[in-house]
Design a protein around this ligand. Structure first.
Ligand SMILES: [Zn+2]
Length: 397
């Protein structure tokens, strides 16, 4: 064969034996082994053609190990489950390294403009005025990080972004069609900066035909830079920015708890009342109602602090808290999708009790999780190498 490094002939040396782990357990085989004298390098081209991994797994075993490593609470449990369910015995560290290798491969694909599956145009559901609507979400979530030599380190933020097509409220549902089994969504996640994430999310959105939707809605929390990110990357003039209702409501719940620290039931009742007001009347009215609230004369430091938090959060975001208007248009106001994206993509796997992650490992596993939680077909498309190469999407100015 020709040596890939120096282009000179690498002579056939011998048929050499190797053992790899397949989904049926260890497999021993012989393959031709070549040696380049110039480079002092041996090679077995069959291994590459058969896509044997660095850790000596067949592609099938790699896929199972990644699934176990990405879905179970820990790599140790993943290795255990893999053994129980398939009889494939791998060490915890092989499951961990394999999962992370795959995460890096997913990252490499995305960075190179490669998307999984064929480009499609989702059937965007219609709003109350019959316009098709596409949704975007972006949220940040903390991951506990492990510093060098096991020291504690600052937690880095992982972003979870997505484009999705939520099943609409009952009165807007297409007749005679059963609801889809799960949310139609594509997620992206990793310890990215917002600058890095922009082109990735734009490409992902283009891949599901977001251009064809008449209305674009971006739902985010009030977190730093999130609203600006949506404006910059999806800058249609009529882009609808909505502060995710679930996040806004959680501020009111905190406030109610601070008002009734010792009475859970009263706090719950109060929170319900405020959240109802927010949904029916919007942010500005709620803010005004809270200003004129009959607060107790003596207030704890905790209550004063939470009142201030709510005031600044609502004031900063009031322009995208017109919930009654959004609901009248038949739009979704969040409550769940954004939060559950964060929880299911990152939280469940990366924020388990006592869990600490190296930066690289967390970044890699975020990619595995995001792909796994994305709509049906995405995971399979990656493994079947059903790739679509996209040229970078130009920002619309
Ligand atoms: Zn060579």
């Amino acid at each position: 064969m020709t040596c890939p490094d120096c282009d000179h002939a690498a002579a056939y040396h011998a048929d050499r034996e190797r053992t790899v782990v397949s989904i049926l357990g260890p497999v021993r085989y012989k393959r031709a082994y070549y040696y380049c004298r110039r480079c002092g390098r041996g090679m077995a081209p069959f291994d590459e053609r058969a896509a044997i991994t660095q850790r000596a797994l067949t592609p099938g075993a790699e896929q199972l190990a990644t699934l176990a490593g990405g879905v179970c609470d820990s790599f140790e449990r993943g290795a255990g489950l893999l053994g129980e369910m398939s009889g494939v015995r791998l060490s915890e560290s092989t499951v961990e390294r394999t999962t992370e290798d795959v995460g890096r491969r997913i990252e490499g694909c995305l960075a190179g403009g490669i998307l999984f599956g064929l480009a499609v145009v989702w059937k965007w559901y219609a709003d109350a005025r019959g316009r098709s609507v596409a949704y975007l979400t972006l949220d940040a979530t903390g991951t506990r990080q492990q510093g060098p030599n096991g020291s504690k380190a600052e937690g880095r933020m992982a972003y979870v972004a997505g484009v999705y097509n939520p099943y609409p409220d009952e009165y807007l549902r297409p007749p005679g069609k059963p609801p889809p089994p799960c949310l139609q969504a594509r997620y992206l996640s990793g310890l990215y900066s917002l600058e890095e994430l922009g082109p990735l999310l734009r490409r992902q959105a283009a891949h599901v035909g977001m251009e064809h939707a008449e209305v674009w809605i971006a739902l985010t929390d009030g977190g730093c830079g999130l609203e600006e990110f949506m404006r910059m990357n999806f800058n249609r003039v009529d882009l609808v920015l909505i502060l995710d209702f679930w996040h806004a409501a959680s501020y009111l719940e905190e406030l109610a708890r601070a008002l009734h620290p010792a009475d859970e039931e009263a706090a719950l009742k109060q929170a319900e009342q405020w959240c109802g007001l927010l949904k029916r009347e919007g942010g500005a009215t709620t803010l005004a109602a809270l200003e004129q609230w009959d607060w107790p004369a003596r207030q704890s430091a905790g209550l004063r602090e939470q009142r201030e938090k709510v005031r600044s959060y609502f004031t900063n975001n009031v322009h995208r808290m017109e919930y009654p208007e959004y609901l009248a248009e038949g739009w979704q106001i969040g409550s769940g999708v954004v939060e559950s994206a964060c929880k299911t993509v990152v939280g469940q796997r990366l924020k388990g009790a006592g869990m600490r992650w190296g930066e690289e490992g967390a970044h890699a596993v975020c990619h595995v999780r995001a792909l796994y939680r994305s709509e049906k077909g995405q995971w399979a498309a990656f493994w079947n190498r059903q790739f679509t190469r996209k040229t970078p999407v130009q920002q619309r100015m």
